[in-house]
Design a protein around this ligand. Structure first.
Ligand code: ADP
Length: 504
């Protein structure tokens, strides 16, 4: 049974509160909506309008400890629940997410800035992980192994690892939480979710829906922290022996800090870090298809996606055609603005540091001789965080943008001659999350797919994520996989059981 409980906390903006019953302005610990111990708060702004959405608690080490206490206590009983119970819990949560999809999408657009159409797509995508893991919960099977002697039975049991901390970024405030929490709950773990300081409201709304879905107190906790408290909170999580799993999505830099910090008490770590995806167009490719995919793959979430195409490589014979068609589509298809407005396709960048970084990369490249085909500037009349869709060619290794993850609406197109050369260039980087290529040559498809040093590949396809697939990278893009049947692995301990001296 779903409870109809819908606890409203005091919200600063009465207008938004009336519109969004799921807009919460407190943390969620042990089944209760709570302020920070020291009552500290911080404001969260809508990046498109700069209007303050509301304030949320600026939680610190003490609050983190309370959340870990709650998750630890809840784990004592939750670990023993049946798979069917957890499957039903997740299904209830999923049903409520579907029921509240439109409200979740609007909250997401308010805090992240992406267009409502993109938010709706993210909610559908994010919900699908909870649905998927509600099904996977009942398929976490152990194993019976062939015994070494005839009086033994050898087994592998799979047990929940314990309390899991889920630290998530601002670019997919819904899906990055559901992808982790769905798997953790399916496995029988309890969790502490720390959403990004830029987008805490979607995570808080999900906590309300989890409560409504009947989650026992302490199974899901959400703590909100401002930028200045995040490192301390992260360290408190890593230092606490009771937390057995840290699952993080975010920058490579912070991922490395957490990886190091988790070494001391050897936690399980799942890291989904930065990418720098190559997008290769071979001369056999269907160019119109490649251009359409490039538009989505580059500009989804205004380029702020870790699997965004970051380096376009186009074979010499089709370079002109691809570049001019892509430029035309960029100028025709993209409408920037407040994501709540109907015709807007793309929103602003998330924050000042982000737009400053994007602009710096573009200006550095142009000043060193890159060719600017369009954009290359801020659009202050739309708002402080809007940047014009930008296309650059003639980029070389002396320019910072050559090897950096751009995380903005800036496309860089390189020209190449041979397959060997482009593979060398594409792989000549310390990260390897996603990669894409376009070819109609079957042998080339298998050859290139085998040689690309990434965790995920789109062949003649630019939108590859789904709950069924294993999401994750190689090299410095991270460890572990999310989604798919492998998504639960990081939340499970394998226990080998040897039953000896059986009398037959
Ligand atoms: P971005 O640069 O894209 O904002 P970050 O890696 O800084 O990505 O942030 C991703 C998540 O990690 C956010 O929830 C943020 O608050 C959190 N975070 C940032 N620094 C730390 C840290 N030192 N320890 C733990 N979490 C952190």
């Amino acid at each position: 049974m779903l409870s109809s409980k819908n606890l409203l906390t005091s919200i600063a903006s009465p207008g938004l509160r009336r519109e969004f019953s799921l807009l919460k302005n407190q943390g969620f610990i042990n089944g209760k909506w709570v302020a920070a111990q020291g009552n500290a708060k911080f404001e969260v702004v809508n990046p498109a309008t700069k209007a303050v959405i509301d304030s949320v608690p600026d939680m610190n080490i003490q609050d983190t400890k309370l959340a870990i206490d709650a998750a630890t206590e809840a784990f004592k009983t939750f670990r023993n629940t049946t798979a069917k119970y957890r499957a039903n819990l997740l299904r209830n949560w999923y049903n409520l997410m579907v029921q509240h999809s439109e409200e979740l999408a609007k909250i997401l657009t308010q805090e992240n800035g992406k267009s409502l159409a993109e938010s709706r797509a993210e909610i559908t995508y994010g919900n699908s992980f909870v649905e998927w893991f509600s099904e996977e919960a009942r398929r976490i099977n152990g194993e019976i192994l062939p015994a070494t002697t005839d009086n033994r039975k050898l087994m592998i049991l799979k047990q929940p690892a314990g309390v899991a901390a889920l630290i998530t970024p601002w670019n997919f405030p819904h899906a990055m939480i559901t992808r982790k929490a769905g798997a953790a709950i399916a496995a029988g773990c309890t969790c502490i979710i720390k959403p990004s300081e830029d987008t805490p409201f979607t995570g808080l709304a999900l906590a309300q829906l989890a409560d409504d879905a009947g989650f026992p107190a302490g199974v899901i906790n959400v703590i909100t922290t401002n930028t200045s408290n995040s490192p301390d909170v992260g360290k408190a999580i890593c230092d606490d022996k009771r937390v057995r799993v840290v699952s993080f999505t975010g920058s490579t830099q912070v991922g490395k800090i957490l990886y190091r910090q988790c070494a001391d008490n050897v936690k399980k770590v799942c890291l989904e870090l930065g990418g720098n995806a190559p997008f290769i167009v071979f001369e056999s490719a269907n160019i119109d298809l490649a251009v359409s995919s490039a538009m989505v793959c580059k500009f989804r979430n205004t380029g702020q996606t870790c699997i965004s195409a970051n380096r376009f490589y186009v074979q010499k014979n089709v370079f002109q055609e691809f570049t001019s068609k892509f430029l035309e589509r960029m100028q025709k298809d993209i409408v920037l603005g407040d994501g709540m407005k109907q015709n807007v396709t793309h929103g602003p960048l998330i924050k000042k540091s982000q737009i400053d970084m994007v602009d710096h990369l573009v200006q550095d490249a142009v000043s060193k001789g890159a060719k600017l085909h369009c954009g290359g500037k801020r659009l202050a009349d739309l708002g402080e965080l809007f940047y014009a869709p930008t296309l650059l060619t003639d980029v070389n290794e002396n320019m910072e943008i050559f090897a950096k993850e751009i995380f903005g609406p800036v496309a860089v197109i390189h020209q190449f001659e041979s397959e060997d050369q482009v593979l060398m260039d594409a792989n000549n980087i310390n990260v390897g999350l996603a990669g894409y290529f376009y070819s109609e040559n079957l042998s080339q498809i298998f050859r290139v797919a085998r040689k690309m040093e990434v965790g995920m590949i789109g062949v003649n396809e630019g939108l590859i994520s789904c709950a069924e697939a294993a999401f994750g990278g190689v090299k410095e893009s991270g460890l572990g996989r999310e989604g798919s049947k492998h998504g639960v692995d990081d939340f499970l301990d394998i226990k080998y059981l040897c039953l000896g001296n059986i009398q037959y």
